[in-house]
Ligand binder design. Sequence first.
Ligand SMILES: Nc1nc2c(ncn2[C@@H]2O[C@H](COP(=O)(O)OP(=O)(O)OP(=O)(O)O)[C@@H](O)[C@H]2O)c(=O)[nH]1
Ligand SMILES: [Mg+2]
Length: 294
Amino acid sequence: MTKNAFITIIGKPNVGKSSLLNAIIGEKIAAVSCKPQTTRTQITGVLTQGETQYVFLDTPGMHKAKNKLSQHMVKTVAESVNGAEIIIFMADCTRKINDVEKEMLASLKGSTILVLNKTDAVPKETVAKQISEYASLADFCEVIPMSVYKRDGIDILMNKLQSMSQQGPHFFPDDSITDQPEKVLMAEMIREKALELLSDEVPHGIAVTIEKISESVSANNEDILNIDATIFCERESHKGIVIGKGGSMLKKIGSQARQSLEQFFRIKVNLKCWVKVKEGWRNSEALIKNFGFY
Ligand SMILES: Nc1nc2c(ncn2[C@@H]2O[C@H](COP(=O)(O)OP(=O)(O)OP(=O)(O)O)[C@@H](O)[C@H]2O)c(=O)[nH]1
Ligand SMILES: [Mg+2]
């Protein structure tokens, strides 16, 4: 007899949704950064433990949509909540409840687990106060204080999810960890490093595409994965920042991304990155589509 559980992780930007997904799956399948709105689309993580297969949807942080890209991100969240059986509403106990969260909580249907993340960063009393505030706004089936950093609360969450799983087939092979195509994972790893390393005004206007992937063998018989990537930015001035003085920033992004790629794909990687300008791509339906956000 097999079981499955479909779980959607929602919450405002930067609360740690993608960090939780990566911690549960045990591999970095979703980009994480200290900048809000890191996740742009829906990412599926898959974990099979014994008879149960868990399918997690990581979603973009809920926020007020300003341009076409963020409208798309908000739509993605609404759609995944509709299709979900179990919802994890994730909040950050270092921040106050805001109106977007109140709206989300008011519209929730079905079984919702409250996960209050970042307990490592505040005193115990603050955690308790935040829990009672959130709990007064919705009828949660479980409330779990968590620190993804310390891996506190993840076991409790998994036990709860196990108890909520239902009889049914496994929709993914038991050894798969995501439904993301390789190219998307690669592009996300590069985008993550760019987000981490660049100054605030540039990152949100960045998209990464993978142009070409090939395998070769080095002189000393090592397998090499060759990846050609393009980093798109919105303005000529941003291009300069992404490339950096004498190419130093692009080199740094490339070298850190290469290390992540090598770790994930467990093969030596030869990464080449180019930088191009596509003005105002975040307001062009066609370009958003082209970058794989649909
Ligand atoms: N102190 C603390 N920080 C955390 C914890 N978990 C995640 N973070 C940090 O919170 C920031 C946001 O993490 P993400 O996982 O990208 O958050 P997200 O909710 O997916 O964000 P969006 O994709 O923008 O909606 C990163 O800087 C993480 O390192 C935690 O347990 N404690
Ligand atoms: Mg995210």
